[in-house]
Write a protein that binds this ligand. Structure first.
Ligand code: BGC
Length: 682
C-alpha cells in the first residue's frame, strides 16, 4: 500500500504528514459516490465494518462492542477478557483504575484488528429497572464523567476510538426504539447531557453513538439540536457520529439526518443508501459543505486509529494476558460494596471455620456467553465462578458443602443474570426484588443457620426489605468478569478489604424512586403515545431521595469497610473563588483507626445555600480514594472546580454559577456527612 502511495505522492498515506493534511488530501480525491459510500456501512452480513474503497486503498473500518471488553459477536468469534461490568467499575470510584481498564480494553480491541470500541455507555440511571443499568456508570453525572474521562483516554491511548453512547436520554429499554424522552431544557442539560459534554470537552472521544429513542419528539439520529447545535457547535465535538444499530430505520428522510449531523449509519444503509443520498443532494436538500463535513469526520477518525498506517507504527497490542486478568481481579475487588456486616462477621477467619454451606442460583454461574445480556456480552476463555474461587481459597482447610448439612456458616450467591428481564438489553426488569424462589431460599437458609451471608451478583439495585433483617452480611459483588470468583473469595476472607461505594441509590421499594413515584405511565414506561415524561426534573437518584426526605435502603456513595477511617482538620485552602475556571482545594487528615489496611472514598457534595433555581439539597462535586495501612494518617487534597457548582439556567440557555454562599459537605457517603465548610462564589 505504501509503495503505491509514495509512487502517487498521496499525502493521505504518508504516516509522517499532519492528520489535517492527510484528511484534506483524501477528501479531495473522493468522488461524490465514494463520499456517499463512506457515510454508511455496506454489506449485508457485515454488522460491524464499513466497506473498503479499493480505488483509494481505503480499508474497511472495523468496530466492536463494548463496555465489558471485546465482544465475541463483533470480533470474528474470538474469546476475550471479560472485564467487570461498568457499574462495578464505577463502584470503585477510582480514576486511575478506569484509565488502566480503558487501556487494557483498547489493547484487546487492537489485538482483534478493530478500530472502534463501542463504549463507554454513559447514560444516567434514571430508573433502577433499566435493563442496561449494569452497562452504565451511575445516577450522577459528575461521578459518570469523572470515571468515563480516564476510561476514554485509556482506550484512545491505544489508537482505538472510544464511542460514547447512547446520545441521548436512552434511560430505559422498554420501547426504546419508539419512545420519546420528554425532558425540559434544564434537566436535559444538567442531568442527561452533562456527562456527554464533559467527556467530549475533556477526553475528546473520537466517536459518539446516537440513541434509538426520540428526545422531545425527534429521533436522536436526526436531532439537529442535539447533534449539530449542542454536540458540534457548542461543545466543539469533531469526531464521527454513528447511529445505534438500525436506529435510523423509523426516520423519514435522508436529508434530516445529514443536516442534523449524522455521519455514519450502522449497520447498513437505510437513510444513507447511495441512491437516496444522491437524490437528496441533487435536489439541493443538503450542501456540499455539509456533506464534506460529515465525510471529513469519518476519515479523520480512520486516520486517528491508524487505518492507513503500517502495523509497526501502531501501539503494541495483546489480549487475554496475565496482566489483563490480574487487572480484572483487582477491579472486581475494588468495586465490591459491603452493604451489611452485623457483628463484623466478615472477613471470615479460616482458622475458626470447619464447614461452610454454599447456596444460591449464582454459585456456579458463568455469565460470559455470546450475546447473553445483549451487545455487551463478552465470551472469555475461562471464567472463575464463586464456587471455584472459594474452593481455591479454602483448599483443604475448610469443607465446602452444598447439601444443607449442619455448617458453621451459610453463604448464598443470589442475584440476577443476563436473561431478559434481568440485567439485559432489550427489556427492563419488571421488579426491583429478587424472584420469589430466591427470596424464600434466603429466608429458609437464614432460619436454619446460625450465620448467613448473602453475596449478590447483579448489575442493578435490588430491594431487600423482605429478607435483609434475617441475614448477617450482604456483599454487592456485581458482575466481576473472568476473575470474579477469586475476587469474591479474596474479599470474603479479608485478603482484600472492600472499598466500593454505591454509584447509585438502592431504594427500599421501586415506588420510592423518582421515575416511579407517581405510578403514572406517563413517567414510566410512557403514555399511549410512548412519550415518557421526565417530570421529576433534575431530581434524579439521590437528588430525589434527599429532596423528598425518602429513606433509601442504601444511599448513594455508601459502602462499608473492615476497618475504620477518621477525618480530621477539614479545611478549605481558598475560601472564595470568582471565576468558572477557578478551583478550590478541600484538605483533611484521614487516619485508618482500625487494624486492617484499607481504602476510603472521601466524598464532597455542594449545596447552593440560597439559590434562585430549585436546586437539589446536595450534589457530588469531588472525591478522592486513598489507601491507608492500620494506624496510618495521610493528608488528602480534593480539588473542587467552580464549574461543577453550576446549574443550567434556561433563561440564558447556559450554565451559570450563582454568586453567593455555598456549603461543601464532606463525608463517607451522601448520607454520612462528617464536616461542613462555607464559602462564597463571586
Ligand atoms: C446496542 C449498542 C451496541 C450495538 C451494536 C445495539 O443493540 O444498543 O449499544 O453497540 O447494538 O452491537
Amino acid at each position: 500500500m505504501k509503495c503505491f502511495a509514495m509512487a502517487e505522492n498521496a499525502s493521505y498515506l504518508d504516516e509522517k504528514a499532519k492528520i489535517e493534511k492527510r484528511v484534506e488530501d483524501l477528501l479531495a480525491r473522493l468522488t461524490l459516490t465514494e463520499k456517499f459510500k463512506l457515510l454508511s456501512s455496506h454489506g449485508r452480513l457485515r454488522f460491524y465494518t464499513t466497506g473498503p474503497i479499493k480505488r483509494l486503498n481505503i480499508p474497511s473500518f472495523k468496530m466492536t462492542d463494548g463496555p465489558l471488553g471485546v465482544a465475541m459477536h463483533s470480533s470474528g468469534f474470538k474469546k476475550n477478557t471479560r472485564f467487570p461490568a461498568t457499574i462495578a467499575l464505577a463502584a470503585s470510584w477510582n480514576r486511575e483504575l478506569m484509565r488502566d481498564i480503558g487501556t487494557a480494553i483498547g489493547e484487546e480491541v487492537r489485538a482483534v484488528g478493530r478500530h472502534v470500541l463501542l463504549a463507554p455507555g454513559i447514560n444516567i440511571c434514571r430508573t433502577p429497572l433499566n435493563g442496561r443499568t449494569f452497562e452504565y456508570f451511575s445516577e450522577d453525572p459528575y461521578l459518570t464523567k469523572e470515571l468515563a474521562i480516564p476510561f476514554v483516554k485509556g482506550v484512545q491511548s491505544q489508537k482505538v476510538a472510544a464511542c460514547l453512547k447512547h446520545y441521548a436520554a436512552n434511560n430505559q429499554e422498554t420501547d426504546r426504539k419508539s419512545s420519546s424522552s420528554e425532558i425540559d431544557e434544564r434537566t436535559l442539560h444538567e442531568i442527561y447531557l452533562r456527562a456527554f459534554r464533559e467527556v467530549v470537552k475533556e477526553a475528546s472521544p473520537w466517536a459518539i453513538m446516537t440513541s434509538y429513542n426520540m428526545v422531545n419528539g425527534v429521533y436522536a439520529s436526526e436531532n439537529k439540536y442535539l447533534l449539530q447545535e449542542i454536540l458540534m457547535d457548542r461543545w466543539g465535538f469533531d469526531g464521527l457520529v454513528m447511529t445505534d444499530w438500525f436506529a435510523s430505520r423509523p426516520i423519514k428522510t435522508t436529508d434530516s439526518c445529514v443536516n442534523a449531523g449524522l455521519t455514519l449509519e450502522m449497520p447498513w444503509p437505510s437513510k444513507y443508501k447511495t441512491k437516496s443520498l444522491e437524490k437528496a443532494y441533487h435536489d439541493g436538500k443538503f450542501t456540499e459543505k455539509i456533506l464534506n463535513d460529515r465525510v471529513r469526520r469519518n476519515i479523520q477518525v480512520m486516520m486517528l486509529t491508524g487505518l492507513f498506517d503500517s502495523p509497526e507504527s501502531l501501539p503494541d497490542c495483546s489480549r487475554n494476558t496475565r496482566e489483563h486478568q490480574d487487572l480484572v481481579r483487582r477491579a472486581a475487588e475494588e468495586g465490591m460494596v459491603l452493604l451489611k456486616n452485623k457483628g463484623s462477621i466478615l472477613p471470615l477467619d479460616m482458622a475458626n471455620l470447619k464447614r461452610i454451606g454454599l447456596f444460591g442460583h449464582n454459585l456456579r454461574k458463568k455469565f460470559g456467553r455470546i450475546l447473553s445480556g445483549g451487545s455487551s456480552a463478552v465470551s472469555p476463555p475461562y471464567e472463575v465462578t464463586p464456587l471455584e474461587g472459594l474452593k481455591k481459597k479454602v483448599k483443604n482447610n475448610v469443607e465446602l458443602v452444598q447439601d444443607g448439612r449442619l455448617v458453621d456458616l451459610a453463604i448464598i450467591f443470589a442475584g440476577l443474570n443476563h436473561g431478559r428481564g434481568g440485567d439485559s438489553e432489550f427489556a427492563d426488569r419488571s421488579s426491583l426484588r429478587l424472584d420469589e424462589k430466591q427470596e424464600s431460599e434466603i429466608k429458609k437458609v437464614a432460619s436454619e443457620n446460625h450465620q448467613t451471608i448473602v453475596c449478590l451478583i447483579a448489575g442493578s439495585p435490588i430491594a431487600m426489605d423482605e429478607w435483609i433483617d434475617d441475614v448477617d452480611a450482604v456483599l454487592m459483588c456485581w458482575y466481576g468478569g473472568i476473575e470474579g470468583g477469586h475476587a469474591i473469595a479474596n474479599v470474603l476472607f479479608g485478603d482484600v478489604n472492600p472499598s466500593g461505594k454505591l454509584p447509585l441509590t438502592f431504594p427500599k421499594r421501586f415506588e420510592d424512586s423518582p421515575a416511579h413515584s407517581t405510578n403514572n405511565r406517563r413517567n414510566y414506561p410512557g403514555d399511549d403515545q410512548k412519550r415518557v415524561y421526565y417530570d421529576e426534573g433534575v431530581f434524579v437518584g439521590y437528588r430525589w431521595f434527599d429532596a423528598k426526605n425518602v429513606d433509601p435502603l442504601f444511599p448513594f456513595g455508601f459502602g462499608k469497610s473492615y476497618t475504620k477511617f477518621q477525618f480530621e482538620s477539614i479545611q478549605l485552602i481558598k475560601d472564595s473563588i470568582e471565576n468558572p475556571e477557578d478551583t478550590m482545594v478541600v484538605e483533611m487528615d484521614v487516619t485508618n483507626t482500625g487494624n486492617r489496611a484499607g481504602s476510603e472514598v472521601i466524598q464532597v457534595y455542594a449545596k447552593d445555600a440560597i439559590a434562585y433555581a430549585d436546586r437539589p439539597p446536595q450534589e457530588l462535586v469531588g472525591f478522592e480514594k486513598i489507601h491507608l495501612n492500620p494506624g496510618e494518617s495521610k493528608s488528602v487534597s480534593i480539588k473542587i472546580r467552580a464549574q461543577d457548582l453550576a446549574f443550567y439556567d434556561v433563561s440564558k440557555h447556559d450554565w451559570v454559577i450563582e454568586a453567593g454562599e455555598f456549603k461543601l459537605l464532606i463525608g463517607k457517603s451522601s448520607r454520612e456527612i462528617l464536616g461542613e465548610i462555607n464559602f462564597v462564589y463571586g
